[in-house]
Design a protein around this ligand. Structure first.
Ligand SMILES: Nc1ncnc2c1ncn2[C@@H]1O[C@H](COP(=O)(O)OP(=O)(O)OP(=O)(O)O)[C@@H](O)[C@H]1O
Ligand SMILES: [Mg+2]
Length: 289
Protein backbone atom coordinates (compact mmCIF):
# COMPACT_ATOMS: atom_id res chain seq x y z
CA UNK A 1 0.00 0.00 0.00
CA UNK A 2 1.07 3.58 -0.54
CA UNK A 3 2.32 5.07 2.71
CA UNK A 4 1.82 8.60 1.43
CA UNK A 5 -0.26 9.81 -1.50
CA UNK A 6 -0.52 13.52 -2.22
CA UNK A 7 -2.51 14.71 -5.21
CA UNK A 8 -3.06 18.15 -6.67
CA UNK A 9 -2.13 19.92 -3.47
CA UNK A 10 -1.89 23.70 -3.27
CA UNK A 11 -0.93 25.74 -0.24
CA UNK A 12 -0.89 29.51 0.24
CA UNK A 13 0.25 31.18 3.48
CA UNK A 14 -1.91 33.87 5.09
CA UNK A 15 0.24 36.66 3.64
CA UNK A 16 -0.55 35.42 0.11
CA UNK A 17 2.72 33.52 -0.55
CA UNK A 18 1.90 30.53 -2.70
CA UNK A 19 4.26 27.87 -1.30
CA UNK A 20 2.86 24.81 -3.11
CA UNK A 21 1.37 25.13 -6.56
CA UNK A 22 -0.12 21.73 -7.38
CA UNK A 23 1.99 18.93 -5.93
CA UNK A 24 1.69 15.22 -6.74
CA UNK A 25 3.87 13.17 -4.42
CA UNK A 26 3.72 9.54 -3.41
CA UNK A 27 5.81 7.17 -1.34
CA UNK A 28 5.43 3.40 -1.19
CA UNK A 29 5.82 1.50 2.09
CA UNK A 30 9.51 0.78 2.78
CA UNK A 31 10.87 3.39 0.36
CA UNK A 32 13.57 5.95 1.15
CA UNK A 33 12.59 9.14 -0.67
CA UNK A 34 14.34 12.50 -0.76
CA UNK A 35 12.68 15.85 -1.39
CA UNK A 36 15.41 17.93 -2.96
CA UNK A 37 15.01 21.64 -3.54
CA UNK A 38 16.66 25.02 -3.02
CA UNK A 39 15.77 27.44 -0.21
CA UNK A 40 12.12 28.45 -0.43
CA UNK A 41 11.15 25.71 -2.91
CA UNK A 42 8.44 24.38 -0.58
CA UNK A 43 10.04 21.38 1.15
CA UNK A 44 9.11 22.32 4.71
CA UNK A 45 5.60 23.33 3.68
CA UNK A 46 5.03 19.95 2.02
CA UNK A 47 6.39 18.08 5.01
CA UNK A 48 4.23 20.06 7.42
CA UNK A 49 1.16 19.18 5.36
CA UNK A 50 2.11 15.49 5.55
CA UNK A 51 2.08 15.52 9.35
CA UNK A 52 -1.01 17.69 9.68
CA UNK A 53 0.75 20.81 11.01
CA UNK A 54 -0.61 22.73 8.03
CA UNK A 55 -3.88 22.08 6.21
CA UNK A 56 -3.99 22.05 2.41
CA UNK A 57 -6.42 24.47 0.77
CA UNK A 58 -7.10 22.00 -2.01
CA UNK A 59 -6.04 18.54 -3.15
CA UNK A 60 -5.87 15.29 -1.29
CA UNK A 61 -3.44 13.79 1.23
CA UNK A 62 -3.90 10.08 1.97
CA UNK A 63 -1.77 8.24 4.55
CA UNK A 64 -1.87 4.42 4.34
CA UNK A 65 -5.28 4.49 2.71
CA UNK A 66 -6.91 7.12 4.94
CA UNK A 67 -7.55 10.79 4.14
CA UNK A 68 -5.46 12.83 6.61
CA UNK A 69 -8.45 14.87 7.83
CA UNK A 70 -10.29 11.70 8.92
CA UNK A 71 -7.51 10.51 11.25
CA UNK A 72 -7.53 10.96 15.02
CA UNK A 73 -4.34 12.44 16.52
CA UNK A 74 -3.32 8.97 17.68
CA UNK A 75 -3.85 7.43 14.24
CA UNK A 76 -1.83 10.25 12.71
CA UNK A 77 1.12 9.70 15.12
CA UNK A 78 1.14 5.99 14.26
CA UNK A 79 1.43 6.84 10.58
CA UNK A 80 3.86 9.76 10.44
CA UNK A 81 6.49 11.32 12.70
CA UNK A 82 8.41 14.50 11.91
CA UNK A 83 11.92 15.41 13.01
CA UNK A 84 12.16 19.21 12.73
CA UNK A 85 15.10 20.96 11.13
CA UNK A 86 15.85 22.83 14.34
CA UNK A 87 15.89 20.70 17.51
CA UNK A 88 14.87 23.79 19.51
CA UNK A 89 11.47 23.64 17.81
CA UNK A 90 11.04 20.06 18.95
CA UNK A 91 12.67 19.53 22.34
CA UNK A 92 11.02 21.16 25.30
CA UNK A 93 11.37 18.98 28.41
CA UNK A 94 14.15 19.53 30.97
CA UNK A 95 15.96 16.25 30.44
CA UNK A 96 16.56 13.82 27.58
CA UNK A 97 14.63 11.08 29.32
CA UNK A 98 11.59 13.27 29.97
CA UNK A 99 11.58 14.53 26.41
CA UNK A 100 11.68 11.09 24.84
CA UNK A 101 9.04 9.83 27.31
CA UNK A 102 6.59 12.62 26.52
CA UNK A 103 5.05 11.11 23.37
CA UNK A 104 4.69 7.53 24.61
CA UNK A 105 3.21 8.80 27.93
CA UNK A 106 0.68 10.80 25.93
CA UNK A 107 -0.37 7.56 24.27
CA UNK A 108 -1.17 6.30 27.81
CA UNK A 109 1.25 3.40 27.50
CA UNK A 110 2.13 1.52 30.69
CA UNK A 111 5.21 3.04 32.38
CA UNK A 112 7.24 -0.17 31.87
CA UNK A 113 6.63 0.12 28.12
CA UNK A 114 7.58 3.82 28.18
CA UNK A 115 10.87 2.98 29.94
CA UNK A 116 11.57 0.18 27.46
CA UNK A 117 11.01 2.49 24.51
CA UNK A 118 13.31 5.16 25.98
CA UNK A 119 16.15 2.66 26.28
CA UNK A 120 15.46 1.24 22.84
CA UNK A 121 15.39 4.52 20.93
CA UNK A 122 18.27 6.18 22.78
CA UNK A 123 20.34 3.08 22.00
CA UNK A 124 19.29 3.28 18.35
CA UNK A 125 20.53 6.86 18.00
CA UNK A 126 23.69 6.21 20.07
CA UNK A 127 22.51 8.56 22.84
CA UNK A 128 21.91 6.21 25.78
CA UNK A 129 24.65 7.85 27.89
CA UNK A 130 22.75 11.17 27.51
CA UNK A 131 19.62 9.79 29.19
CA UNK A 132 19.77 11.87 32.37
CA UNK A 133 21.34 14.98 30.82
CA UNK A 134 19.72 18.42 30.66
CA UNK A 135 18.53 19.17 27.11
CA UNK A 136 19.99 22.68 27.10
CA UNK A 137 23.47 21.37 27.90
CA UNK A 138 23.59 19.11 24.85
CA UNK A 139 25.55 19.95 21.71
CA UNK A 140 23.59 20.63 18.52
CA UNK A 141 24.39 17.19 17.09
CA UNK A 142 23.32 15.49 20.33
CA UNK A 143 20.07 17.49 20.33
CA UNK A 144 19.40 16.33 16.78
CA UNK A 145 19.83 12.70 17.77
CA UNK A 146 17.57 13.13 20.79
CA UNK A 147 14.89 14.76 18.59
CA UNK A 148 15.02 11.74 16.32
CA UNK A 149 14.78 9.43 19.36
CA UNK A 150 11.65 11.25 20.54
CA UNK A 151 9.97 10.65 17.19
CA UNK A 152 11.12 7.01 16.97
CA UNK A 153 9.63 6.40 20.42
CA UNK A 154 6.20 6.89 18.84
CA UNK A 155 7.00 4.11 16.34
CA UNK A 156 5.60 5.90 13.29
CA UNK A 157 5.31 3.89 10.06
CA UNK A 158 6.78 6.81 8.13
CA UNK A 159 9.71 8.81 9.47
CA UNK A 160 9.92 12.31 7.99
CA UNK A 161 12.97 14.51 8.51
CA UNK A 162 13.48 18.15 7.60
CA UNK A 163 17.16 18.73 6.76
CA UNK A 164 18.40 15.98 9.10
CA UNK A 165 22.08 16.69 8.45
CA UNK A 166 22.02 20.52 8.49
CA UNK A 167 24.46 21.84 11.09
CA UNK A 168 26.14 18.47 11.67
CA UNK A 169 29.88 17.95 11.23
CA UNK A 170 31.03 15.47 8.52
CA UNK A 171 31.19 12.53 10.93
CA UNK A 172 27.78 13.47 12.39
CA UNK A 173 26.31 13.74 8.91
CA UNK A 174 27.59 10.29 7.89
CA UNK A 175 26.40 8.81 11.21
CA UNK A 176 22.90 10.27 10.79
CA UNK A 177 22.57 9.01 7.22
CA UNK A 178 23.86 5.52 8.16
CA UNK A 179 21.34 5.40 10.99
CA UNK A 180 18.47 6.36 8.66
CA UNK A 181 19.61 3.74 6.16
CA UNK A 182 19.67 1.12 8.92
CA UNK A 183 16.16 2.04 10.10
CA UNK A 184 14.97 1.81 6.50
CA UNK A 185 16.68 -1.48 5.61
CA UNK A 186 16.50 -3.37 8.89
CA UNK A 187 13.38 -2.01 10.56
CA UNK A 188 11.59 -1.52 7.23
CA UNK A 189 10.73 2.02 8.20
CA UNK A 190 9.60 4.30 5.36
CA UNK A 191 11.84 7.38 5.30
CA UNK A 192 11.17 10.76 3.69
CA UNK A 193 13.74 13.49 4.02
CA UNK A 194 13.97 17.05 2.79
CA UNK A 195 17.36 18.45 1.92
CA UNK A 196 19.36 20.60 -0.46
CA UNK A 197 22.57 18.68 0.03
CA UNK A 198 23.23 16.46 -2.98
CA UNK A 199 26.48 14.67 -2.18
CA UNK A 200 25.17 12.02 0.22
CA UNK A 201 21.77 11.53 -1.39
CA UNK A 202 22.51 9.07 -4.19
CA UNK A 203 23.92 6.65 -1.64
CA UNK A 204 20.72 6.50 0.31
CA UNK A 205 17.56 7.57 -1.50
CA UNK A 206 15.63 5.14 -3.70
CA UNK A 207 13.87 8.04 -5.33
CA UNK A 208 14.25 11.79 -5.45
CA UNK A 209 11.63 14.50 -5.93
CA UNK A 210 13.06 17.79 -7.17
CA UNK A 211 10.99 20.75 -6.00
CA UNK A 212 11.12 24.27 -7.43
CA UNK A 213 8.75 27.15 -6.69
CA UNK A 214 6.22 24.81 -5.09
CA UNK A 215 6.13 22.40 -8.03
CA UNK A 216 7.66 19.00 -8.71
CA UNK A 217 10.16 19.59 -11.51
CA UNK A 218 10.98 15.91 -11.81
CA UNK A 219 10.91 12.69 -9.80
CA UNK A 220 12.68 9.38 -10.26
CA UNK A 221 15.60 7.18 -9.17
CA UNK A 222 18.73 9.22 -8.29
CA UNK A 223 20.70 7.93 -11.30
CA UNK A 224 17.98 9.31 -13.59
CA UNK A 225 17.49 12.60 -11.77
CA UNK A 226 21.14 13.65 -11.98
CA UNK A 227 21.27 12.91 -15.72
CA UNK A 228 19.00 15.92 -16.30
CA UNK A 229 21.59 18.59 -15.75
CA UNK A 230 19.58 21.50 -17.12
CA UNK A 231 16.77 20.65 -14.75
CA UNK A 232 19.23 20.41 -11.83
CA UNK A 233 20.59 23.87 -12.64
CA UNK A 234 17.09 25.28 -13.08
CA UNK A 235 16.22 24.02 -9.60
CA UNK A 236 19.30 25.94 -8.30
CA UNK A 237 20.97 22.66 -7.34
CA UNK A 238 24.17 20.98 -8.52
CA UNK A 239 25.51 17.53 -9.33
CA UNK A 240 27.28 15.60 -6.58
CA UNK A 241 30.97 16.72 -6.72
CA UNK A 242 32.21 13.30 -7.78
CA UNK A 243 29.72 13.24 -10.70
CA UNK A 244 30.80 16.74 -11.73
CA UNK A 245 34.46 15.65 -11.82
CA UNK A 246 33.64 12.61 -13.95
CA UNK A 247 31.44 14.70 -16.23
CA UNK A 248 34.25 17.22 -16.79
CA UNK A 249 36.77 14.45 -17.48
CA UNK A 250 34.41 12.96 -20.03
CA UNK A 251 33.52 16.25 -21.71
CA UNK A 252 36.87 18.05 -21.73
CA UNK A 253 39.42 15.24 -21.66
CA UNK A 254 37.51 12.59 -23.61
CA UNK A 255 37.88 10.01 -20.83
CA UNK A 256 35.52 7.19 -21.84
CA UNK A 257 33.18 7.09 -18.87
CA UNK A 258 29.85 5.26 -19.07
CA UNK A 259 26.83 7.20 -17.83
CA UNK A 260 27.52 9.36 -14.80
CA UNK A 261 28.86 7.83 -11.58
CA UNK A 262 27.05 9.30 -8.57
CA UNK A 263 29.14 7.94 -5.73
CA UNK A 264 32.85 7.64 -4.99
CA UNK A 265 32.47 3.85 -5.16
CA UNK A 266 31.00 3.98 -8.68
CA UNK A 267 33.58 6.52 -9.88
CA UNK A 268 36.42 4.45 -8.45
CA UNK A 269 35.19 1.30 -10.20
CA UNK A 270 35.02 3.11 -13.54
CA UNK A 271 38.46 4.73 -13.20
CA UNK A 272 40.05 1.42 -12.18
CA UNK A 273 38.76 -0.05 -15.45
CA UNK A 274 40.68 2.62 -17.36
CA UNK A 275 43.99 2.52 -15.49
CA UNK A 276 46.56 -0.07 -16.70
CA UNK A 277 46.70 -3.02 -14.32
CA UNK A 278 50.47 -2.65 -13.70
CA UNK A 279 49.89 0.83 -12.26
CA UNK A 280 47.54 -0.46 -9.57
CA UNK A 281 49.11 -1.62 -6.33
CA UNK A 282 47.50 -4.83 -5.10
CA UNK A 283 46.51 -5.41 -1.50
CA UNK A 284 45.69 -1.81 -0.58
CA UNK A 285 42.99 -1.55 2.03
CA UNK A 286 39.37 -1.40 0.77
CA UNK A 287 37.61 1.96 1.05
CA UNK A 288 33.93 2.51 1.75
CA UNK A 289 31.32 3.59 -0.82
N1 LIG B 1 4.82 31.24 7.74
C1 LIG B 1 5.01 31.67 6.51
N2 LIG B 1 4.33 32.76 6.05
C2 LIG B 1 4.50 33.21 4.79
N3 LIG B 1 5.28 32.62 3.87
C3 LIG B 1 5.96 31.53 4.25
C4 LIG B 1 5.87 30.99 5.58
N4 LIG B 1 6.67 29.92 5.67
C5 LIG B 1 7.23 29.76 4.44
N5 LIG B 1 6.81 30.73 3.59
C6 LIG B 1 7.17 30.89 2.17
O1 LIG B 1 6.79 29.72 1.46
C7 LIG B 1 7.76 29.35 0.49
C8 LIG B 1 8.23 27.92 0.76
O2 LIG B 1 8.88 27.90 2.01
P1 LIG B 1 9.43 26.57 2.68
O3 LIG B 1 9.83 26.91 4.06
O4 LIG B 1 8.44 25.49 2.48
O5 LIG B 1 10.71 26.29 1.76
P2 LIG B 1 11.91 25.24 1.98
O6 LIG B 1 12.07 24.51 0.68
O7 LIG B 1 11.67 24.44 3.19
O8 LIG B 1 13.16 26.22 2.17
P3 LIG B 1 14.50 26.02 3.06
O9 LIG B 1 15.44 25.17 2.25
O10 LIG B 1 15.02 27.43 3.18
O11 LIG B 1 14.13 25.41 4.37
C9 LIG B 1 8.86 30.40 0.59
O12 LIG B 1 8.61 31.34 -0.41
C10 LIG B 1 8.65 31.03 1.96
O13 LIG B 1 9.06 32.39 1.96
MG1 LIG C 1 12.73 24.21 4.97
Amino acid sequence: MRAVDVQGTFFTYDDGTEALAGIDFHVEEGEFVAILGSNGSGKTTLIQLLVGLLKAKSGQIVLSGREIGSLTAEELYQRVGLVFQNPNDQLFAATVEEDVAFGPRNLNLPEAEVQMRITEVLTAVAALPLRGRAIHHLSFGEQKRVSLAGVLAMRPAVLILDEPTAGLDPAGEAQMMQLLKKLNREERMTVILATHSVDMLPLFANRIYVLDHGRVLQQGPSEEIFCHQEMIVRAKLRLPYVSRLMYEMKRHDGVPIDGLPLTIGEARAQLLELIPKEMILPGIEEIGP
